[in-house]
Design a protein around this ligand. Structure first.
Ligand code: PEP
Length: 247
């Protein structure tokens, strides 16, 4: 089955409005690659600016997080209806920095994925092991546990991102072989959960120190369908160079 490559740019807590506007102008002027789908994940205050700036382009906009409830007394959080209202069509669920900084549980991430789906947003569910888990041989066990919990309520997993924590923001990238083994395992587990035909249609993205120099050999792996990019997504030229490796 051919899967259209999907490339996400996770801006984390970076960039200001003027930077975001300049980024969108660059996208509008240079485009990406018609064969690939792209989505930017700016922080909440920039969502509306980015969604507006990307209008009419091939790029979509998504939230870096979503609260399981649609409204209520949850200071600092962002709801599904607010993401939709800001012009988003995607929501990241379970990024490792949310799991670590905010102690998000596997179960909570499943609830967030359901909230995204309920609001018509596409959940991009992030999973990945720590360096210690990999060293102790627990990688597949961790991936299976995170995936089972994230899909417990049976949300439609529009995309999954395999993001080994030891590779995020460290400059240490998984080798293509390591990434492929993890992606193949994720697809097998996904097949057990949603059936093999549905599993073979889902995009599984790799994230962890992706840059224009390592993207081509990673994307050549059969079960790797795109990237979730952090640091290299802050510069439009570097991000578009990665996108063009995926066409
Ligand atoms: C990320 O934050 O999802 C990520 C993969 O970051 P980086 O590309 O900087 O490692």
């Amino acid at each position: 089955m051919t899967r259209r490559p999907l490339i996400g740019g996770n801006w984390k807590m970076h960039l200001l409005r003027a930077d975001a506007e300049a980024f969108c102008r660059h996208v509008q002027e240079h485009g990406a690659h018609p064969a690939a789908e792209c989505v930017l994940f700016p922080s909440a205050p920039l969502l509306a600016t980015v969604a507006r700036g990307l209008a009419g382009s091939d790029f979509a906009c998504g939230g870096q997080d979503i609260h399981p409830d649609d409204k209520g007394a949850h200071t600092g959080d962002v709801s599904g209806p607010q993401l939709v209202d800001a012009g988003c069509s995607w929501a990241l669920c379970g990024h490792s920095e949310r799991r670590q900084d905010h102690r998000e549980s596997d179960q909570l991430i499943g609830e967030k994925a359901l909230a995204a789906e309920r609001n018509g947003l596409k959940p991009m569910i992030c999973i990945g092991e720590t360096a210690d888990e990999r060293k102790s041989g627990a990688t597949f066990e961790v991936l299976d546990r995170q995936l089972n919990a994230a899909l417990a309520g049976r949300p439609e997993p529009f995309a999954l991102a395999y993001e080994p924590i030891w590779a995020i923001g460290t400059g240490e990238t998984a080798t293509p072989e390591i990434a492929q083994k993890a992606h193949a395992r994720i697809r097998d587990t996904l097949a057990d959960l949603i059936g093999s035909e549905a599993a073979s249609s889902k995009r599984i993205l790799y994230g962890g120190s992706v840059n224009p120099d390592n993207a081509a050999e990673l994307i050549a792996q059969p079960d790797l369908d795109g990237f979730l990019v952090g640091g290299a997504s802050l510069d439009p030229e570097r991000f578009l160079a990665i996108v063009r490796c995926c066409g």
